[in-house]
Design a protein around this ligand. Structure first.
Ligand code: NAD
Length: 318
């Protein structure tokens, strides 16, 4: 019998998989109380976890733990060293998220370029006749977009950008020029030079020491004034203070943010009050369809692991 701890609720389709397996016990907890996780983790063989933090001391208190299955693809909430030290496998729902996030990027790009809030408010407040006085919107057609990080989400997004007839550039030191060109993009080697000609820039890489603050004032001040920046990867990859300053100095046109340095962001975070930002609460992957896919995959990954058939592409290299 395997004991599975589900930290933070998942879609019922995932739970149903476990209900049909008499060889698995499971318990669902909300993940807000670290002491509770620490107490429950002692006896469990596998964990499914969403965004709750799993620090080193919690992982170290586990006795039988073999797998931490992330409901999602980022794993910066898990202490990797402790997992490695205890020989715990970390898996991700690698096939579930990409399309949902890529669609969210298009949604943010369109909302900002079409000045959604301003136009919507104009009509709803009875000012239809102001239509000629409003600042104009921007087309995506024929514009240069830079996709930074060309993994699952970047590759899903390029198809959508090409659908809008955008010119797609890619910055990812780990993906070859040939692969990028085969999917219709152009590889950028020099980021500082490359950003100068972009009309849009979107981030799809992991947060680590190399990517933290990779988008900072030095980069932003050289961008085109009409440039739109989207971050649906992780907060911290863009320096938030520098972004706010650049928006206020009209160095760039707008920013769409699904993720923040601190989540939830502080109430006094100026990006929350800036008219040039378009925000969502880390929900790029929260489509109904994606929640079902993630719920099923996070559980299936645990079962596949114990059945010794978990695909390598779903395992995080530690
Ligand atoms: N907003 C959300 O709800 C949400 C949902 C899913 C994923 N994410 C985040 O999106 C990001 C990408 O997810 P994915 O599934 O496409 O990951 P992935 O692992 O498939 O792709 C990441 C890509 O980033 C590249 N990369 C690594 N370091 C880089 C660097 N220094 N510069 C440029 N590129 C670099 C890698 O080569 C890889 O191609 C992750 O940070 C993940 O946490 C956010």
């Amino acid at each position: 019998m395997k004991n599975i701890l589900i930290i933070q609720p998942i879609d019922k389709s995932g739970i149903e998989i476990l209900e049909n397996r008499p060889d698995y016990n499971f318990e669902i907890i909300d993940g807000t109380d670290l002491e509770q996780i620490k107490e429950k983790i002692v006896k469990c063989d596998g964990i499914s976890i969403r965004t709750a933090k799993l620090p080193a001391d919690v992982i170290r208190s586990a006795k039988n733990l073999k797998i931490i299955s992330r409901h999602g693809v980022g794993y910066d909430n898990i202490d990797l060293e402790a997992a490695k030290e205890k020989n715990v496998t970390i898996s991700i729902t690698a096939t579930a998220n990409a399309v949902a996030v890529a669609e969210h990027v298009m949604f943010m790009l369109l909302n900002i370029s079409k000045r959604k809030d301003m136009y919507d408010k104009t009509v709803k407040s009875g000012r239809f006749n102001d239509r000629n006085k409003l600042p104009k919107t921007i087309e995506l057609w024929n514009k240069n977009i830079l996709i930074m990080g060309f993994g699952r989400i970047g590759k899903s997004l390029i198809k959508r950008c090409i659908g809008f007839e955008m010119n797609v550039y890619v910055y990812d030191p780990f993906v070859s020029k040939e692969e990028i060109e085969s999917l219709g993009g152009k590889k950028i080697e020099d980021l500082k030079e490359g950003v100068k000609k972009m009309d849009a820039l979107t981030l799809h890489m992991p947060l680590n020491e190399k990517t933290k603050n990779i988008i900072n004032y030095e980069v932003l001040k050289n961008m085109k004034k009409n440039c739109i920046i989207i971050n649906a990867s992780r907060g911290g990859i863009i320096n938030e203070n520098d972004l706010n300053k650049s928006l206020n100095e009209n160095k760039i046109f707008g920013a769409g943010l699904d993720v923040f340095d601190t989540e939830p962001p502080d109430n006094d975070n100026p990006l929350l009050k800036n008219d040039k930002t378009f925000l969502s609460p880390h929900t790029a992957a929260f489509t109904e369809e994606c929640m079902v896919r993630m719920g099923k995959e996070t559980i299936q990954n645990i079962i596949d692991f114990f059945d010794k058939k978990l695909e390598k592409s779903k395992i995080v290299k530690l």
